[in-house]
Design a protein around this ligand. Structure first.
Ligand code: COI
Length: 355
């Protein structure tokens, strides 16, 4: 295996690659992995704390076959995006929120985690090192994927003796193959994503492997993704495999409340704040599957999906349609949020971080 070449440490002056933009086709980026120039790596022992990380050339990592993450799923991930403005500056969106969420997840998964400051500084360093991979304005964003994993070897079930925090990045466009066209969801009524007291509320890797079976079956039938119900009543909406869900009725926006089984999305939280700042009423509550029947609009939110309109939802063989584009409410929220994220409007919320 080829060794990873250390490039620079955070305190070193970083000299970026020479060209302004990577030489790839920037039109029609989807959500597929493209390898970039550098990744950030920081390690710590169990019971210790993270201290100094470094940027390394992007490449494969070496792990013991007995690593905690491989054997027992002791791992978390995050997702955030960087946008390039017309003037060349790069904007991050609420990176400290991802840092805080990783800290909460790490506590649940018995892992040490970077401080908020370490996390944000590492994200900044990784984005700057890979600046030429941030798409031109209007062409997409640089998706930033921080990982935290039990990288030390274990055999008996226990927290791993060593942890690795790693960040890699990849330029992306739209998440769903539909692009910005509405997605079609199917409600899953047998398999569940999360249970009360489980790990549904943290971004642990196993939550995502657990949805692949239902997602694959749904895709094979032509649906874009799966909408999960709570496992106790099999009645209340939880989330879609990779995003949160919102329902609009008579200009009132409802979304499932955070209660440990759904992911506390940063886009979810931001959309709630944007909606309220636009004078709209937002309710975080139990949303019953019947509420889908007479909804005016349904949409999903997430870092990867941003705001995606839902065109139809199928439940027990019955299909409810919502239209062939954004509804008035979701279009407004999409526009306000993305203009802010891309630096096209004044950031009155103080959410963006300029690089
Ligand atoms: C994100 O939206 O950033 C996520 O982490 C979801 C992932 C399944 C793409």
């Amino acid at each position: 295996s080829s060794p990873i070449r250390p490039y620079a440490t955070l305190s070193d002056t970083f000299v970026s690659e020479t060209s302004e933009l990577a030489g790839i086709e920037w039109d029609n980026l989807g959500f597929a992995f493209l390898s970039t120039d550098y990744m950030y790596v920081m390690k710590c022992a169990q019971g210790g704390s993270f201290s100094k990380g470094e940027l390394q050339r992007f490449g494969n990592i070496e792990l013991s076959p007995s690593a905690g993450v491989l054997n027992y799923g002791q791992g978390l991930f995050e997702g955030l995006k960087a946008y390039r403005k017309e003037d060349g500056t790069i904007l991050l969106f609420r990176p400290e929120e991802n840092a805080l969420r990783m800290r909460l997840g790490a506590e649940r998964m018995c892992m040490p985690s970077p401080t908020v400051e370490q996390f944000v500084e590492a994200v900044k360093a990784t984005v700057l090192a890979n600046k030429r991979w941030v798409p031109p304005p209007g062409k997409g964003s640089l998706y930033i994927r921080p990982l935290l994993m039990g990288s030390g070897a274990v055999l008996g079930l226990a927290p791993a003796p060593e942890y690795t925090f790693l960040i890699y990045v990849s330029p992306v466009g739209n998440y769903f193959k539909e692009g910005v066209a509405p997605i079609n969801l199917i409600v899953e009524h047998e398999l569940h994503r999360a249970t009360p007291g489980g790990t549904g509320g943290v971004k642990t890797i196993g939550n995502y492997a657990a949805v692949l079976k239902a997602q694959s079956a749904a895709k094979a039938k032509g649906y874009s993704d799966v909408l999960y119900l709570d496992c106790v009543h099999k009645r209340y909406l939880e989330e879609v495999s990779s995003c949160n869900i919102f329902v609009v009725k008579d200009n009132v926006i409802s979304t499932p409340a955070i209660k440990g089984t759904i992911l506390p999305g940063i886009t979810r939280k931001s959309i709630i704040d944007v909606a309220r700042s636009e004078g709209l009423q937002v309710e975080e509550r139990q949303v019953a599957v019947e509420d889908l029947l007479d909804a005016d609009e349904v949409f999903c939110t997430g870092t990867a999906v941003v705001v995606s309109p839902v065109g139809s939802i199928t439940y027990l063989g019955k299909r409810v349609c919502y239209g062939d584009g954004f509804g008035a409410v979701s279009e407004k929220l999409y526009s306000v949020l993305t203009r802010l994220q891309m630096g096209l409007s004044e950031d009155k919320m103080d959410w963006t971080v300029e690089l």
